[in-house]
Design a protein around this ligand. Structure first.
Ligand SMILES: Nc1ncnc2c1ncn2[C@@H]1O[C@H](COP(=O)(O)OP(=O)(O)O)[C@@H](O)[C@H]1O
Ligand SMILES: [Mg+2]
Length: 227
C-alpha cells in the first residue's frame, strides 16, 4: 500500500481519498499522505501545522455530514428556523465521537461522503476537501463575521480576548486555522471555504515557491484571457 502510494506521489500524481466516517485507519492514511508529499519537496517541517488545519477541516465535514443525516433521520427540515433550533439543540446534546461515527456510517447509503484531494508540484500543494452538506444560512453569517475579524489578528489570544462570546463557539476552528497558516507565513487568502449545489469545498493551498499560482490567481488569469 505504502509503496504504491509513494510511487504515485513520486510521479506527481494527484491523490484522492473518499471516506464516510473518520476511522483511525483513515485518519492515519490521510496523515501519511500529507507527510509523504511534504517530504518529497523537503517541506516536512510544515507537516504538524498543516495537519492541524486539515484535521480541523475534516472534523467540520464529519460534523456537517452527521448533522445532515441526523436531521433527515428525525424528519426535521434543516432549512426551517424552527426545525433547526429544535434539532440543533438535541444534536449538540447527543453528539459524541461514537454517535458521530454512527450517523456518518448511515450517510454511506446516501453517498453522503467526504473527499480529500491532494494536488502537488514543486511549486506548491493544494488540498481540497469536499463534503455532502452545505454551510447553513443560519450559520454562515456568524462564520463570515468571525473569519473577517480573524484575518486581522496575529494570534488566538488577542482574538479570544476581544471576541470571547460564551454562547457560541462557531467560527473558532476556522479562525484558528487562519492563524495557524499565518504563523507559517502562508497568506490567509489560501484558505477558502464555500458551498455550491449541496457540496461544501474547503481549500488549503501551500505555496512552496514564488512560482505557485493559487486557484484564485489562475481564475483571474483565465478571466483576463477571455476578454
Ligand atoms: N465542511 C463544512 N460543511 C458544512 N459546514 C461547515 C463546514 N465547515 C464549517 N462549517 C460551518 O462553519 C462553522 C464554523 O466552523 P468552525 O470554525 O470549525 O467551528 P465549530 O467546528 O466549532 O463549529 C461550523 O459550525 C459549520 O456551521
Ligand atoms: Mg470546527
Amino acid at each position: 500500500m505504502k509503496s504504491a502510494l509513494l510511487k504515485a506521489i513520486g510521479k506527481g500524481r494527484r491523490i484522492a481519498i473518499v471516506t464516510y466516517s473518520l476511522q483511525p485507519k483513515i485518519e492515519k492514511l490521510i496523515k501519511s499522505i500529507l507527510y509523504l508529499i511534504l517530504k518529497q519537496y523537503d517541506k516536512e517541517y510544515l507537516h504538524d501545522s498543516i495537519y492541524s488545519v486539515l484535521f480541523e477541516s475534516i472534523m467540520n465535514c464529519v460534523k456537517a455530514n452527521a448533522k445532515r443525516v441526523f436531521f433527515e433521520e428525525r424528519k426535521l427540515n434543516i432549512r426551517s428556523i424552527e426545525d433547526y433550533n429544535t434539532g440543533i439543540r438535541i444534536f449538540k446534546e447527543e453528539i459524541g465521537s461514537q454517535r458521530l461515527r454512527e450517523l456518518c456510517e448511515k450517510g454511506r447509503q446516501k453517498e453522503i461522503h467526504i473527499k480529500i484531494l491532494y494536488t502537488h508540484t514543486q511549486s506548491g500543494l493544494k488540498i481540497e476537501i469536499f463534503n455532502s452538506a452545505e454551510i447553513l444560512k443560519q450559520e454562515e453569517h456568524r462564520i463570515r463575521t468571525k473569519l473577517s475579524k480573524g484575518q486581522k489578528y496575529q494570534n488566538l489570544f488577542d482574538f479570544y480576548n476581544d471576541n470571547s462570546d460564551p454562547t457560541e463557539g462557531e467560527g473558532l476552528g476556522l479562525v484558528l486555522s487562519l492563524l495557524m497558516l499565518k504563523a507559517e507565513g502562508v497568506d490567509t487568502s489560501n484558505f477558502r471555504i464555500g458551498s455550491k449545489n449541496g457540496i461544501t469545498k474547503t481549500r488549503i493551498e501551500i505555496p512552496f515557491t514564488d512560482e505557485y499560482m493559487s486557484e484564485r490567481e489562475q481564475y483571474k488569469l483565465e478571466l483576463s484571457r477571455e476578454r
